[in-house]
Design a binder for this molecule. Structure first.
Ligand code: CO
Ligand code: CO
Ligand code: CO
Length: 482
């Protein structure tokens, strides 16, 4: 009786596997089904797709039980000895995936899975004629070629902290700003009048338009230079590009957007490095200079200062909504305008107004970057939520559950040292921790210098909001009220 049951299960699973393989084969007759036709396990199917990387397929097949067959451990990308022994050609081996069926897998489950796999593989398949038809350019939605989103795909802050703790601190007195305060850029003294300021930033597409992505990425990379009160000199580009998934004209557009934005900042991109990758990524390494006595770090905030923010928050939530097709054209336009605005004028204004401390607001969110500033300055901050500017429908979308993973990580990270008054809704907590891309400057300056700062910014049609104040250090680094 028991044996008979087992046989039934075995036959059922083999039939389901057969249905899966036939379903995929009907669209892609060129796939390779690996293993011995009779002796292989009844519940697994190892299928090789030509010219498509397994991890990319897996990251897009969210509703199907799959694992990478290219390596024994999914996080390795070399080809396993087993597949080599089976003489699978390399162009197939990197696209080998193991599918599993269970005792209770139904025909409907299989048909659904086949539909998902078909759509994903069709989209990812190298169609080399793409490169000759720039008209395809119009249809490319860049955010569909990435698993994460912009700064939202930053490593979790506590993971980064763990690693940095174990890296030996360099001992060189010419290093004026190093890793110790998680500041924006590194500063290195050349002589008594000049220090070099260097920073690097790159990320996956946060908007669909390649030109806009390039421009935003460049503005974001330059931002760390401006946050130190430095002047940029030149930049190098960092490019990862899936040449088998996208026409090369897309890369050209990304570069053009970055070159134009760099030109607006008065600098040139004079080289760089590019690699073929499964997802597009772009950014700049920017070099600037500053007088060693005039560096504005995140460590100079003083009790009694006011805190100013020069761009609204919510870009992480809004770019997530954009990826899901939830924004209209006007909303996309205002989002792109905010992210591609240089922090140059805000930086110039803070120098005129004698800022004590500054940081730009990016992947760790407003509170994450404020936390670093308060830690480095040995002070605490009071934030008035009602004064914090929010972009577009970010609040409404967050209420509806549109939240990037990075935003959730940020909230749990900052919560340890933040107190919220009882009337602050959870949505607002998410917003304050929303992972930003190319956000504004967060500036700490003496209250009497507020008007000189705001007046200077107004000359460039920009605004700043006073969002809180700096207090002597207390138990919590941040107190959020309304
Ligand atoms: Co920064
Ligand atoms: Co940065
Ligand atoms: Co700084």
């Amino acid at each position: 009786m028991v044996l008979e049951n087992l046989d039934n299960y075995t036959n059922h699973m083999a039939a389901m596997r057969e249905r899966l393989e036939m379903g995929i084969k009907s669209t892609f007759p060129w796939i390779k089904v690996n293993g011995h036709p009779e002796t292989r396990l009844p519940n697994t199917s190892s299928i090789s797709f030509r010219g498509v990387e397994a991890n990319t397929i897996i990251s897009e097949c969210t509703s199907v039980a799959v694992s990478a067959g290219a390596a024994c451990h999914a996080d390795r990308v070399d080809v396993s000895a087993v597949l080599q022994a089976m003489h699978i050609p390399l162009e197939y081996a990197m696209g080998t995936i193991r599918f599993s069926v269970g005792r209770y897998t139904s025909s409907e489950d299989i048909d659904q899975a086949v539909d998902v796999i078909r759509a994903v593989v069709k989209r990812l398949q190298p169609t080399f004629d793409k490169q000759d038809s720039p008209s395809n350019n119009d249809k490319v939605r860049l955010t569909q070629f990435t698993h994460g989103l912009g700064c939202a795909c930053k490593l979790q802050p506590d993971l980064l902290e763990q690693v940095l703790m174990k890296i030996p601190r360099p001992d060189d007195e010419r290093i004026l700003v190093g890793v110790e305060n998680s500041d924006d850029a590194a500063v290195f003294r050349i002589n008594e009048n000049t220090a070099l300021v260097q920073t690097v930033d790159f990320f996956t597409p946060i908007v669909d338009d390649p030109y806009q992505f390039g421009a935003i990425s460049a503005a974001n990379s330059l931002s760390d230079i401006y946050a130190m009160g430095a002047v940029p000199l030149f930049a190098l580009s960092i490019v990862a590009f899936p040449s088998s998934r996208l026409p090369i004209s897309v890369m050209h557009e990304i570069m053009r957007g970055a070159y134009d934005k760099a030109a607006e900042a008065g600098i040139a991109i004079i080289g760089g490095h590019s690699v073929d990758d499964t997802e597009p990524k772009f950014g700049l390494a920017v070099t600037g200079t500053i007088h060693p006595d005039r560096i504005i770090t995140n460590a100079g905030a003083c009790s009694g200062d006011i805190l100013l923010l020069t761009k609204p928050i919510g870009t992480g939530i809004l770019t997530t909504a954009l990826k899901q097709g939830l924004l209209n054209n006007a909303e996309i336009e205002s989002l792109v305008r905010s992210m591609s605005t240089l922090n140059r004028d805000a930086s110039a204004a803070m120098l005129i107004a004698g800022a004590h401390a500054c940081t730009d607001v990016t992947g760790f969110g407003l509170l994450g970057h404020l936390l670093s500033m308060m830690k480095a300055s040995n002070t605490s901050a009071n934030i008035n939520v009602d004064a914090v500017p929010v972009l577009g429908r970010a609040y409404e979308l967050a209420t509806g559950g549109i939240l990037p993973g990075g935003t959730k990580n940020n909230l749990s990270f900052t919560s340890k040292q933040t107190s919220y008054s009882n009337n602050i809704p959870l949505t607002m907590k998410y917003l304050l921790n929303d992972a930003q891309t190319s956000g504004g400057l967060l500036i700490s300056l003496p209250e009497e210098n507020k008007m000189p700062f705001i007046n200077e910014l107004a000359k460039h049609d920009q605004v700043a909001a006073v969002i809180g104040s700096v207090l002597p250090r207390q138990e919590n680094l941040i107190m959020v009220g309304s």
